[in-house]
Design a protein around this ligand. Structure first.
Ligand code: DGY
Length: 320
């Protein structure tokens, strides 16, 4: 009987399908598995269902042993997985694309609205009991209609965010490593341009690219300086795509107007310079956090494991 390790609590009932025909070690705990524990528990398993805070590297693969066949990451991002080390050992890697597109695009759009309307600060004001009263000039944000949203990384989530922004009357610029789907671009009436133009022309820049060596600190001091002083930055991709220190400096010196962040460079640590600022909105990496989406992600990860262990093709393999 194949052995499967699930490193953290999964929403829904997908583990029941694993338990039916496999020897399942299910860690029914929300918090990430401590590394030492993970290295012990992984020994001898045929499949690992991992979450994005589990580092799947050569050390872990060696601790697992040569029988390991599949690592199913319950996330669309897979920067926690060393693809080359997996390929060397013939370990299949899978992720969960598609099922989290809408939930994550919803949060990106929520951050666009929150940062451009200053809703974080406004909410804090009411909650902390600070005196307030309606006035014509209080809490003035900026409107979205006619403004430009620059999408960096026009994959499924980036395009879904653009569609939402379009419905709010925004113009769309797209930039990324690969050509976006032409029909989607036409439907949005979007322009595909280079990153410098996106930075220069956008009123909101929203990041949707994967974290790779090329995209680490893609947005750093120079890029922030290139943005409009009235512009906002939104990040729902991965924290290290933005140089957080440079972002704090750019906000401090008024090089940009605000930011909406769901992800951070050293999660769960947040740069103290961000915590103090009223012109940033900070969410705790909740892009895909709906009951429906997280259950679908767990189901897809389990489907991938079941497919590989039964000798079939994975449904959503990651190709390195
Ligand atoms: C992902 O799937 O990569 C998300 O960040 C998880 O919420």
């Amino acid at each position: 009987m194949a052995r499967v390790l699930v490193t953290a609590r999964l929403p829904g009932h997908s583990t029941e399908r694993l338990a039916a025909d496999h020897d399942l070690t299910y860690r029914d705990v929300d918090a990430p598995m401590p590394r030492d524990d993970l290295l012990v528990r992984v020994a001898g398993v045929d499949a690992v269902v991992a979450v994005l805070v589990d580092r799947v590297d050569a050390e872990l693969l060696d601790a697992a042993g040569s029988q390991l066949r599949v690592v199913a990451n319950v996330a669309v991002g897979y920067d926690n997985v060393d693809l080359a080390a997996c390929a060397e050992r013939d370990v299949v890697v899978t992720n969960t694309p598609g099922v989290l597109t809408d939930a994550t695009a919803d949060i990106a759009m929520a951050l666009v609205l929150m940062t451009t309307r200053g809703l974080g600060a406004a909410e804090r004001r009411v909650r902390t009991g600070e005196p307030w009263g309606w006035s014509l000039t209080g809490h003035l944000g900026t409107s979205l209609r006619g403004r430009t949203l620059g999408i960096v990384g026009p994959g499924a989530i980036g395009l879904a965010t653009a569609r939402r922004a379009k419905a709010f009357g925004m113009e769309i610029l797209l930039t990324g490593r690969s050509e976006p789907d032409r029909r989607a671009v036409e439907g949005l009436g979007a322009l595909v341009v280079g990153l410098p133009e996106v930075l220069r022309e956008s009123d909101v820049v929203s990041l949707h690219c994967p974290l790779t060596p090329e995209t680490r600190h893609l947005i750093a001091a120079d890029e922030l300086r290139a943005m409009k002083r009235t512009a906002h930055l939104v990040n729902t991709s991965r924290g290290p795509v933005v140089d957080e220190g440079a972002l704090v400096a750019a906000l401090e010196s008024g090089e940009i107007a605000g930011a909406g962040l769901d992800v951070y460079e050293e999660e769960p640590h947040v740069h103290p310079g961000l915590l103090q600022r009223d012109d940033v909105v900070l969410l705790p990496h909740v892009g895909s956090a709906t009951v429906e989406t997280r259950s679908a992600m767990a189901d897809l990860a389990v489907d991938n494991v079941l497919a590989v262990l039964s000798g079939g093709d994975p449904l959503s393999p990651v190709r390195g």
